[in-house]
Design a binder for this molecule. Structure first.
Ligand SMILES: NC(=O)C1=CN([C@@H]2O[C@H](COP(=O)(O)OP(=O)(O)OC[C@H]3O[C@@H](n4cnc5c(N)ncnc54)[C@H](O)[C@@H]3O)[C@@H](O)[C@H]2O)C=CC1
Ligand SMILES: O=C(O)CCC(=O)C(=O)O
Length: 396
């Protein structure tokens, strides 16, 4: 039996991917083989050494100690693109909220408590405070053209906006998906200085912390709107509040409320709602559950943020050894000579690497005993070894 621990509410559609004759799934569970998580902060947790995989039912992995897991030889999976449409739709909602001052206008109406004739007068008198702008012809800058950024950029083009995009690491497939009318900005600074709206869609990593700081805010157009549905730490919030107070920015729309910003009249903050749709929660949970199963049962790696993509169809009747090791020379040589010493014939082998990690799947014709596995574990640089007896293609 494999044991899956859930650290957040995960869509039942995803959890149902684990057949209960093979899996126990629970939030309170000791010695898990894998953990499924959404936004729970795992950095401070004492993570059991039985954990073989972590699945993030979402995109961002800043809540997971990825480096610590890599050192242990544990892959971290996420669900690329599975919640991108949900986030895009909320960003668009944010764009409209800001362009037409809808939240402030709504609030104004809520506070009108006069009798009917007085109300009408106040409605007409008050509305001039909330005059907005239309989107066609305005410029939006999209920082980060990944799964979400591309969708935001393309929809903004469809709305008639001029779109500037900045992403030095854009993938070929995302470049193919991008509307031909999206103009490439050569730097964040250029994008900020040319945009009426700026939407941030980068992961939170060391290089993106405070990406939008006081200096960069000064480059922005007068009365620009900043949207942040990525992570709070990517924006220097104190500097944003100053820019709002100085009338430099007209609005900050974000998915990350803080005590300092949540009641500011020019801040619209939502409770980390970007991925909270039925569809996104189902998509993420199903994708990640399937990836965890494929890793636990077959050894394959799909959509990991720290491991190389490694897929090898199981050899009929073979036994599989899954080895995670440091990405240094002569590891495969040492592994195969150990197998040879134990008279194990290799039916198939794949070796992939990514940064400091290398991953090897070896199918052997006959059963491997504990002695050979221990010997492989003893090779310097080997981080983890798993043995899948009579491996077969995962049943769906
Ligand atoms: N509010 C919410 O509920 C959600 C928030 N997110 C956040 O959005 C982020 C992006 O999500 P996806 O688009 O799905 O990820 P993704 O991995 O598909 O795209 C991220 C893109 O950012 C680019 N990038 C990285 N550093 C950059 C930099 N310094 N400047 C410009 N581009 C840079 C990468 O090259 C990549 O193309 C996630 O990491 C997460 O933090 C994601 C989903 C839901
Ligand atoms: O699971 C959630 O609701 C958060 C989604 C998110 O922030 C992400 O996927 O990066």
């Amino acid at each position: 039996m494999y044991r899956i621990q859930t650290l957040n509410n995960i869509s039942p559609l995803g959890l149902d991917r684990f057949p209960r004759n093979l899996y126990e799934v629970a939030s309170e569970l000791s010695r898990p083989d894998a953990v499924m998580v959404r936004s729970a902060d795992m950095h401070g947790l004492d993570l059991d050494d039985t954990i073989k995989a972590i699945g993030r039912a979402g995109a961002g992995v800043n809540n997971i100690p990825v480096d610590r897991m890599s050192e242990r030889g544990v892959p971290v999976f996420n669900a690329p693109g599975a919640n991108a449409n949900a986030v895009k739709e909320l960003v668009l909602a944010g764009l409209f909220l800001a362009a037409r001052n809808i939240v402030q206008a709504w609030d104004y109406v809520q506070k009108l408590d006069d009798s009917e004739p007085g109300l009408k007068k106040k409605v007409e008198a008050g509305k001039k405070q909330f005059k907005g702008v239309e989107l066609p012809g305005r410029t939006i800058g999209v920082v980060g053209l990944g799964a979400i950024g591309v969708k935001v950029a393309n929809t903004a083009r469809d709305l008639g906006m001029n779109v500037l995009g900045y992403d030095p690491g854009i993938t070929v497939s995302n470049a193919w998906r991008l509307h031909a009318g999206v103009e490439q900005a050569l730097s964040v600074d250029e994008l900020l200085s040319r945009s009426d709206f700026v939407s941030i869609h980068v992961p939170l990593v060391e290089a993106t912390e405070n990406l939008i700081d006081a200096k960069r805010l000064r480059l922005m157009r007068q009365q620009a709107v900043l949207l942040n549905f990525s992570r709070a730490e990517i924006v220097d919030e104190a500097a944003v509040l100053e820019a709002l107070d100085a009338d430099k920015l007209s609005s900050y729309v974000c998915d990350f409320p803080t005590m300092a910003s949540k009641n500011h009249p020019k801040v619209v903050s939502l409770p980390h709602l970007g991925a909270s749709t039925d569809e996104a929660e189902d998509n993420c949970a199903v994708m990640v559950a399937d990836q965890i199963r494929d890793y636990l049962e077959v050894g394959n790696v799909r959509n990991s943020v720290n491991f190389p993509e490694t897929i090898m169809p199981p050899t009929d009747g073979a036994h599989r050894i899954c080895i995670v090791n440091a990405n240094v020379p002569n590891m495969v040589g040492q592994i195969s000579s150990t197998l040879a010493r134990h008279e194990l014939n290799i039916a198939d082998l794949i070796n992939k690497s990514r940064n400091q990690i290398a991953y090897t799947l070896v199918d052997v014709d006959t059963e491997a005993d504990e002695a050979v596995l221990e010997e492989i574990r003893g090779i310097e640089g080997v981080l983890s070894v798993r043995y899948l007896n009579a491996v077969s293609e995962r049943s769906s």
